[in-house]
Design a protein around this ligand. Structure first.
Ligand code: HXC
Length: 285
């Protein structure tokens, strides 16, 4: 069944702004990334979503395709972002079936709550491998396509046809430090640094690279794994969030549309935090 637009996209965006564009998204079967891709597909893009689980990824691709009549959405499972060759095969298939790649979302992540004393060296490495190395592998595997797209869509103040853009999905744990999240904080600090480096190194060739940092977003696997169930049950879960609520996946999708659209032409090397002010709040996460 089709998901109503109000769940993944605001009314401010015009249909067709991403006609003939292709988005490649790792972690695309997850709750946040699937909303981002659904929004882009609704507005005209075709998409390739990448995941580890074949069945889950293919099922989500079919669901996203219902966002627009005639949309092409491919789900490629059995891809582990830690292994660049699996990503390279996915890129090849995406290019063969959809004609290229204009936008990339590096969204695959792994996380769990654990104190430093309870983290084995391998556990720490597992999260760095998925988040940081996986983001690098995603960038590296898609870079030739991003360069082609950037050359076709020159970044000027007035060009509305955009391309050659990457968004990394990060977190705010490392802005302040957070208990039970040393592994994820280190991994995401690396992701932010990778994005900034990409922005500087490839900006001159027309690529933009930015980070979206979601805060506590309702109904996501991240909140299932990391949220404070006791606080939710006690009704005090929103205490430290200045806006007094969790965010929605739609609010992350709207930020994504902004950065990939011509409204975001001059935004490069930035971190767009969408968290209701949470990380700045004492006790926020
Ligand atoms: C301590 C743990 C652990 C835990 C796993 N490990 N879970 N250590 N506490 N809770 C250890 C294991 O014992 C092992 O170390 C090492 O981590 C690797 O575990 P494997 O299971 O072998 O690895 P793998 O199958 O690759 O799994 C990776 C994973 C897993 C990260 C551990 O959780 C995963 O695949 N997650 C993917 C989905 C996910 O996490 N999504 C949420 C993303 S949310 P040893 O020493 O025993 O070998 C997010 C941001 C949320 O990132 C933001 C919210 C505000």
């Amino acid at each position: 069944m089709a998901v109503p637009r109000s769940e993944y996209l605001s009314n401010v965006w015009k249909d067709g702004i991403f006609d003939n564009k292709v988005v490649f998204c790792t972690g695309g079967a997850g709750s946040i990334c699937s909303a981002q891709v659904r929004a882009l597909v609704h507005l005209g893009a075709n998409a390739c979503i990448i995941g580890r689980n074949v069945e889950k990824t293919e099922r989500m691709a079919k669901s996203i395709a219902t966002a627009r009549k005639g949309a092409k959405v491919i789900g490629i499972g059995a891809v582990d972002v830690r292994k660049i060759e699996t990503l390279e095969s996915a890129v090849d298939r995406c290019v063969k079936e959809l004609g290229g790649i204009d936008f990339v979302i590096a969204g695959a992540a792994g996380n769990f709550l654990a104190p430093i004393a309870g983290l084995s060296s391998n556990a720490f490495k597992a999260v760095l491998d998925i988040d940081t190395l996986g983001s690098f592998n995603t960038l590296k595997a898609t870079l030739p396509q991003l360069l082609i797209s950037a050359a076709k869509n020159p970044n000027t103040a007035t060009n509305s046809s955009t391309g050659g853009r990457i968004i990394f999905i990060s977190a705010s744990f490392h802005f302040t430090g957070m208990p039970l999240q040393a592994h994820a904080a280190v991994a995401k600090a690396g992701v932010d640094a990778l994005s900034a480096s990409t922005a500087i190194e490839y900006g001159p060739r027309g690529i933009t690279s930015n980070v979206i940092t979601p805060g506590p977003i309702a109904g996501t696997e991240g909140m299932d794994r990391l949220g404070n169930k006791e606080a939710e049950a006690a009704g005090s879960a929103f205490k430290q969030i200045p806006l007094g609520r969790y965010g929605s996946v739609k609010e992350i999708a709207d930020g994504t549309v902004y950065l990939f659209s011509d409204a975001g032409n001059f935004v490069n090397g930035e971190v767009l935090v969408i968290d209701g002010g949470n990380w700045r709040s004492p006790g926020g996460m």
